[in-house]
Design a protein around this ligand. Structure first.
Ligand SMILES: [Zn+2]
Length: 231
């Protein structure tokens, strides 16, 4: 039996979202007391309404999000296979905020993990940003990001997708976003705003992170889960 670990952030009004993105709003839409009069025999229901950015909570970027090419795929056009598969999580939590995570850092993190990273796998990077700063403004600015060499390292490994527990895999002080540009050039997508990566760091597991099927969406809010073999 696999153990299921939730790698998603909760969705709620006031949660931290990337600066400039639509803020998350969750509101009561229909109450039991409102719907009860429509039925006989005691039935009633309640629902909530949601307003979220398609790149809002835990989500995966579509290629159309980061590539202005009109042919770039929107989230509903991307193959489901991209969002599921063998994965490892590396520890880059020692990298200081506002610094670049470089190829050497990733080589060392991979060696320390004792795991193998094969072409076609999914790579998660534990920056500890969510653990340290959830529900505070620091969550939006106090983290490192993949620099030029770290981004090229991702390409060299041949992985199909990667993800971070921060709002973006780029260094928040960067104005050129080398990691997102690498994703544009090479057609590699990534998850942002993951959570609970401490529970899978330095482990191998199966990652499942299917985005909502939003027509023409530029990202998909995701319930990301790790399936961990019990040992
Ligand atoms: Zn992104």
């Amino acid at each position: 039996m696999a153990r299921l670990i939730d790698l998603s952030q909760e969705i709620y009004t006031g949660m931290m979202v990337y600066p400039g993105h639509l803020k998350t709003v969750v509101f009561d839409h229909a109450h039991h007391w409102e719907t009860a009069p429509r039925f006989e025999g005691g039935f009633s229901f309640q629902t909530k309404g949601l307003m979220i950015n398609d790149n809002g909570p835990t989500h995966v970027d579509s290629f159309s999000h980061l590539d202005p090419d009109p042919q770039a795929l929107t989230i509903d056009q991307m193959a489901l296979d991209l969002f599921y598969g063998p994965a490892i999580c590396l520890d880059v939590s020692q990298s200081a905020p506002h610094t670049d995570i470089n190829a050497d850092d990733l080589d060392e993190a991979l060696k320390r993990s004792g795991q193998d990273l094969a072409a076609g796998h999914i790579l998660l990077l534990y920056t500890a940003t969510f653990d340290r700063h959830q529900d505070t403004r620091e969550y939006l600015s106090e983290f490192p990001g993949l620099g030029e060499s770290g981004s090229e390292w991702i390409v060299e490994q041949g992985i199909k997708a990667f993800g971070v527990d921060s709002p973006t895999p780029d260094n928040p002080t960067s104005r050129s976003y080398p990691c997102h540009m690498m994703c544009r050039r090479h057609g590699i997508t990534h998850y942002e705003n993951l959570a609970n990566l401490a529970e899978v760091v330095n482990r191998s597991f199966t990652f499942v992170g299917f985005p909502l099927r939003i027509r023409g969406g530029h990202g998909g809010p995701t319930r990301a889960v790790a399936l961990l073999d019990e040992d």
